[in-house]
Design a protein around this ligand. Structure first.
Ligand SMILES: Cc1cc2c(cc1C)N(C[C@H](O)[C@H](O)[C@H](O)COP(=O)(O)O)c1[nH]c(=O)[nH]c(=O)c1N2
Length: 236
């Protein structure tokens, strides 16, 4: 057996699940200390090893440390966030406005992960019927980076309350390049033990057994062993 085919040890497996369950979207707990270049390089490499349709690798990574650029993005956020608040009225509006939904200037690095929709030419293997597969692939790069960051003790916060055209212009993106994820990265004072939105009473995690169906939408999952095992998996 070659080395890379060896089974994961119990500790290795536990480490992977720990990163998955203890990963958090971070906005309030960033510390300003810089991320060393070799650590950032490991995160970017983890992202670059995500699966992609037809091995398209449609992503680019724009590493932003300029305060000026980050301030411009924060201004875009503030404008969009004011509009977003209008979706709620009464107590929910007050609650929405009390949420911190970005850490653009609190974090030392912002990272825009883009998707070049034309990479790989006019036809990419596997992207014949579902053209959005390039976007899906780029999301997987985001998740790889997010999990690797957690293992490195680095928090990541995704900021999507942004006008994409204004963001693209700020970053000088070519026409065919889509700003898929705007992320804030930095070491943190703590990782919360549950999603911040749940801790703040906005929304709770849905029970997994309600989300696992049988052989079609809405059909009950009949396997009692799976049902019992899912129940055991429930956590914050
Ligand atoms: C595509 C996308 C976009 C956003 C997010 C996530 C994703 C996947 N999330 C983070 C989101 O609120 C968070 O993931 C959930 O609340 C669950 O919390 P944990 O990630 O488990 O901590 C997020 N958070 C935030 O404060 N501002 C934002 O604009 C966004 N936007």
């Amino acid at each position: 057996m070659t080395d890379h085919n060896r089974p994961f040890s119990d500790d290795e497996r536990a480490g992977l699940y720990r990163a998955i369950y203890e990963r958090r979207d971070v906005r309030s707990q960033f510390r300003p200390d810089p991320i060393p270049a070799d650590v950032l390089a490991r995160l970017l490499s983890a992202a670059h090893h995500a699966p992609s349709v037809g091995f398209m690798q449609p992503w680019d990574f724009i590493v932003i440390d300029s305060t000026e650029v980050r301030q411009t993005v924060l201004d875009i956020f503030e404008e969009e966030n004011r509009k977003a608040a209008d979706n709620y009225s009464g107590e929910r509006n007050t609650q929405y406005k009390s949420l911190k939904l970005q850490g653009i200037l609190d974090s030392p690095i912002n990272l825009c992960i883009t998707c070049d929709r034309s990479r790989g030419g006019t036809h990419v293997l596997g992207r014949n019927s579902i053209v959005e597969t390039d976007l899906f692939s780029t999301c997987l790069a985001v998740q790889n980076l997010w999990l690797a960051a957690r293992a490195e003790g680095i928090g990541v916060g995704w900021v999507s309350i942004l006008n994409q055209q204004k963001l693209a212009k700020t970053l000088g993106l070519p026409e065919q390049v889509y700003p898929l994820a705007y992320l804030c990265l930095g070491y943190v004072s703590e990782f919360l033990d549950q999603p911040e939105l749940q801790a703040r009473g906005w929304r709770t995690r849905l029970p997994i057994e309600k989300l696992v169906h049988g052989n079609g939408w809405g059909q009950p999952q009949a396997n009692p062993e799976l049902k019992a095992a899912l129940k055991k998996q429930e956590r914050n």
